[in-house]
Design a protein. Structure first.
Length: 321
């Protein structure tokens, strides 16, 4: 059978009373109330979509999605990657030769369907003891988490983005929290592919620069890091920082540094540590403005695998919602 309708009002009423709702994979069909079996995973998907749940979790029969290169469970998949995996499996029928593989692809299809309807996270767990608690309450997780495209809208900036960037940073410049940048300086950073911008509905909601140094090829400076006032407190800063850190890691960088005259608590909580001036690249150190007395903070971006970095971001975004 298939799910055609749900008694949503009763489910919501039970949940409002702080009760745990358990649903049998059975339903009635037609005026004769013919009893039909409904696959539990399909029922769970429809219930999650109808209730607009934040997460949908499936326990497998022990199957896991494993990265064959490293022999490790794939910790995170974004929606587009999961969709590509499903499409690839259908193009290569040998991957669906056994029941276990077909089940996993079916789980992925249902999670993709759920995410496209508005659910934010999907989880695939093998039924080991403690797997659910580990997946939900630890940063390294247990199984595979499928999510909406976390970085949607973030990209390299171009010269057309300069007015939006300048408008975004102006309030912080006016307060003395950020160094003033000229139109030429921002445009030059865009042309050199050093500036990133986050756009939503043609509005600039975030920006950051990543400047490299010839005399320190494994270091880069994180600068002009700004998130729109309208988006603060919603996890956008964590997402933008995670994106820049992953770009840095993929570019072969080992560490990021930043200079500031302001409090650094937000960055310190995300792995940046105070460092001496000598830790800067020689060319940056030679141009250091002694008048501003900026403090140096550094983070080793090669210390964590990218999947774990993503999980830290997801956990933070969940906590701020």
């Amino acid at each position: 059978g298939r799910v055609h309708s749900l008694d949503v009002a009763q489910i919501q009423r039970r949940l409002a009373d702080e009760e745990v709702v358990c649903l049998l994979p059975l339903g009635y069909r037609g005026a004769a109330a013919e009893l039909r079996y409904v696959p539990s995973e399909e029922l769970a998907t429809e219930v999650a979509k109808t209730l607009k749940a934040s997460k949908l979790i499936f326990f497998t029969q022990g199957q896991r999605i494993v990265d064959s290169t490293w022999g490790k469970v794939v910790a995170t998949l974004q929606l587009r990657d999961a969709s590509q995996l499903v499409e690839y499996s259908h193009q290569h029928k040998e991957l669906l030769a056994d029941k276990q593989s077909r089940e996993m692809i079916r789980y992925l299809q249902l999670l993709i369907q759920a995410l496209k309807s508005g659910i934010r996270r999907g989880h695939l767990l093998d039924p080991r003891r403690g797997a659910l608690l580990q997946e939900l309450y630890t940063t390294d997780g247990s199984g595979t988490m499928i999510s909406l495209d976390l970085y949607d809208g973030i990209r390299l900036a171009n010269s057309g983005d300069v007015p939006g960037i300048l408008e975004l940073i102006e309030p912080l410049v006016a307060k003395g929290l950020l160094r003033r940048r000229s139109n030429y300086e921002v445009e030059n950073a865009c042309n050199n592919q050093e500036m990133f911008v986050w756009k939503r509905d043609d509005m600039t909601i975030g920006c950051a620069s990543l400047s490299r140094f010839e005399d320190a090829p494994d270091q880069a400076e994180l600068g002009c890091f700004v998130v729109s006032q309208k988006c603060r407190g919603k996890g956008h800063g964590a997402v933008l920082l995670s994106y820049v850190e992953q770009v840095a890691t993929l570019s072969g960088l080992r560490s990021l540094f930043l200079l500031t005259t302001q409090t650094m608590q937000w960055f310190v909580e995300r792995g940046f540590k105070s460092a001496p001036l000598d830790a800067l690249p020689p060319s940056k150190r030679d141009g250091y403005d002694t008048g501003r007395q900026s403090k140096v903070f550094i983070k080793n971006v090669s210390a964590l695998p990218s999947e774990v970095q993503q999980r830290f971001t997801f956990v933070e975004v969940d906590a701020l919602d």
